[in-house]
Structures are given as C-alpha cells and as structure tokens.
Write a protein that binds this ligand. Structure first.
Ligand code: PHE
Ligand code: NA
Length: 448
C-alpha cells in the first residue's frame, strides 16, 4: 500500500475485524488459562477484569485516537502530534518502545504458534485419540525436549507470517477473521459443554470466580495487568497503527467495547473449558505454558467426534495466532521500510529473520538453554516478563497520559462524543484512574 495515499478502512466492520484479529489470539486461549492456574484463580481473574475495564479500555481508545489524528505509523504519529502541540519530542519514545515490544513478543509468540501448528497436524494423524493424561503429557514433554522439533514448527509458523506480511495482503485476511471468530466462539462453547459433562464444572466455576482474596499480592496484580495489555494488543503501537486507517465517523468508545467483550469472552470461555478437565484428571493447575496442550487433547481424545473437533480447534487457534502475529510483524516492517531504502519484501525478510533468530533462543529455553537464567528467568520467561509486565504498561501509560494531558481536552471530548457527565467521567478515568492504576500496580509489585 502506498504511504502517500493513506487509505482508510472500507467500513467500520472491517476495522473491528482487524482489531479483533489482532486482539484475539494465543493470549486468550493459551496464556490466560495458564496464568489463572498459576496465579490462584478467581483473585487473578477479578483483578484482570478490573484492569481491562479501567486501564485497558481507556488506553485502547487513546491509542486509536492518537493513530487517527496522527494518520501515520506510531512513531511518526507521536512525533508529529507532539510537535504540532508544542510538546516534548521525547513523546516519540512511546512509538519507539512499541515497535521494540512487537519485535520481542513475536519471537516467543511464534514458538507457541508453532506448538499450535504441530498439534493441528497431530490431530489429523490421530496422535491423541484415546490417550490418558499421562500419555498426552508425554507427547507434550517429548516435543519440548526436542530443539529440532520446536525449531521446525517455529520456522514454519514464521514462514507463514513472513509470507503473508511480505505480500502486503494482511487486509485480505478480514474475510477470514469474519468467519473465524464465530467458529472459534462456537467451538469454545462446545468445549465448555464437554467440561460440564466431566462432573467438575462447579469446581472450575468456583476456582475462576470465587476469590480467595488472600491470594492477591503484588506479583498477581502485576501479572493480571500485564495480561490485560497483552490480550488487547496494547502498548505496542499496533492499535495506533490501526487507528490511522480509521475514518472520522467511527465511534471509538463503542468499538472498544465490542472488541473488549469479544476478547474477554473468549478468554473466559477458554478458562471454563480447560479447568473442568484439569480437575477431572487431577492435573497440575500450575502447569504453565503447557496447560492447554496437556488438557484439551485429553478432551478431544475422549469425546465423540473428538478427532474432527480437535483438528478444527487447533486449526482455528493457529489461525487466531497468525492474525495476531501478523499484526506484530507489521509495525516492525513498517519501521524498517520507512527508515531504510529497503523494499517491503526485503524489509519483511530482514525483520522476520531477526525475530526468528530471537525465537530460537526462546525455544531453546525449554531444553538446552533451560539453565541459562537471567535475573532468575530463562530466556522465554524473560522475553514474556519484560514485555507484558514492563514495556507494554509503560508504553500504554505514555499513550494515555499524552491523550489526557497533552491533547486539547475539548476536541478529545468531541471526538469521543462525550459531554457533561460522561465527559467528566472520561476525564477522571483518563487523567487519574488509568495512569495511577498502572503506577499503583508497579509500586504494589515492588513492595511484594
Ligand atoms: N493480543 C494477542 C493475543 O491475545 C497478542 C498480541 C499482543 C498481538 C500484542 C499483538 C500485539 O494473543
Ligand atoms: Na487477546
């Protein structure tokens, strides 16, 4: 697409689909359940929901607004808006750290996308049919132990991402997202239905929704906030980039609500599908990143039509991961394309290969480099922790502060169709509640 003619989304629906394609991904189905499991259940879920509502929603709106006003990629949009308003040029750092975050996240995201790809194939070949918990766990452990296998799938996943981004056909995926989302929701509902037959659904419900407030500590709160940023694709300039294609007529608050309900709904359904299986099979709640890969194959292996459902599920998961991964590579490519004389294809290749190399370090932390710890974390965990818990919240904080304090208050209220009471509410949330929320979580986690 030519940068001179900055095209706009053909319709509001197209934009919602693209934003949802970025938001809904491994974060909802892979990451959310295992974090809930690791962090003690309902207390984490409730803090997460609170973060989504009072921090995620305003920041999502702020990022779209910056993008729509700047009409450029995140870095240029930030520097342009800062210059226009006579603000510090340092605001451009909000855009720069976003690109860095996207680069780091994609490296480990692709490793998990590879797992999903591998399980798609495993479902076709019937690897999981009739297996018990131990056997399913064995298959997963076997995959993790083999650098070659992980590398193969990580590579395949990156090849798909690079291929799609290099050809600049990302917008062509909207139609696919349109069919994928409903299919994903229906499949999650089927899995929740299966969970109800295990006899452990009540246990799962109370695990997810009856909080043990004693479980809340600084670490849990920081994890919940980080997950809110990660799942909504915030703090990476991605939503800003999407906002730059947005027409004036689109209602930002309403659209944010739609995307958030879809994203949160899918995450909660994933939890309701997975925890009954965990309880029914006496599996470890704190299985970490392997959780869905050791629970769902059990369900598919033991239910009628499971082979087909399993195939459909992992295919959809891979697809959801792809649309998110594409949205992660896109800003990095745009950055390289804009700062160098390289063509789009070459820029995509170089960025993609750099991500792929970092991803190799990430996947080796499940085997050969498992003992290499930096600040107590292996490389995979370090990439995840640094981005979700530090980089994304800081970048998002910058975005909301800029919109709430630097942009003209009246014009922002007009743009969001706010007046009177709703305008005051927005002001209080955007100026104080959301930024102080982020800061409070940081301080809380430092204090333990
Ligand atoms: N939001 C995506 C998910 O939940 C992951 C993602 C993060 C995508 C950041 C783009 C940017 O899986
Ligand atoms: Na998400």
């Amino acid at each position: 697409m030519s940068k001179l003619v900055h095209a706009q989304w053909s319709s509001k629906m197209t934009f919602v689909l693209a934003a949802a394609g970025s938001a809904v991904g491994l974060g909802n189905i892979w990451k959310f359940p295992y974090m809930v499991g690791e962090s003690g259940g309902a207390a984490f879920v409730l803090v997460y929901l609170l973060c989504i509502a009072v921090i995620g929603l305003p920041i999502l709106v702020a990022e779209w607004l910056i993008g729509r006003r700047g009409q450029k990629n995140p870095i240029n949009a930030m520097s342009e808006l800062a210059r226009r308003g006579g603000h510090l040029p340092a605001w451009v750092l909000v855009g720069v750290s976003g690109v860095l975050g996207a680069f780091l996240i994609l490296s480990f995201y692709s490793v998990i996308g590879g797992w999903s790809l591998s399980y798609t194939l495993g479902s076709i070949t019937g690897t999981f049919s009739g297996q018990n918990a131990e056997e399913v766990g064995g298959v997963f452990a076997g995959m993790l132990a083999s650098p070659g296998v992980l590398l193969l799938w990580h590579t395949l996943f990156m090849v798909l991402v690079i291929g799609i981004v290099a050809r600049g056909v990302t917008k062509g995926l909207e139609g696919a997202v349109r069919t994928m989302m409903p299919a994903l929701v229906i499949l999650m509902l089927v899995l929740v239905g299966y969970g109800m037959t295990t006899g452990h659904f009540g246990e799962a419900l109370s695990f997810m929704f009856r909080p043990d407030w004693g479980a809340i500590n600084g670490e849990v709160v920081l994890a919940a906030m980080g997950q809110a940023f990660f799942t909504l694709s915030l703090g990476m300039g991605i939503m800003m980039a999407y906002g730059s294609y947005l027409g004036e007529e689109v209602n930002l608050l309403g659209t944010a609500r739609t995307v958030i309900i879809l994203d949160t709904g899918i995450a909660l359904l994933a939890g309701l599908a997975i925890f009954p299986i965990v309880f029914a099979n006496g599996l470890d709640l704190a299985s970490g990143p392997g959780l869905i890969f050791v629970t769902l194959p059990l369900a598919f292996g033991n239910m009628a039509g499971g082979t087909l459902l399993g195939l459909a599920f992992f295919l959809l998961l891979t697809f959801a991961a792809l649309t998110s991964a594409i949205s992660l590579l896109e800003p990095v490519v745009e950055f390289v394309e804009e700062r160098t004389p390289l063509s789009r294809v070459v820029a995509t290749l170089i960025s993609g290969v750099a991500v792929w190399i970092l991803g190799i370090l990430a996947l080796l932390s499940f085997n050969m480099l498992g003992d290499v710890l930096i600040m107590g974390l292996n490389i995979f965990d370090l990439l995840d922790t640094f981005t979700s818990k530090i980089l994304l919240p800081l970048t998002g904080l910058g975005a909301i502060l800029f919109v709430a304090w630097c942009l003209d208050r009246k014009s922002v209220a007009d743009e969001l169709n706010l007046s009177g009471g709703s305008e005051s509410l927005w002001l209080v949330v955007a100026r104080y509640v959301a930024p102080l929320g982020v800061v409070a979580v940081f301080i809380h986690s430092l204090l333990g």
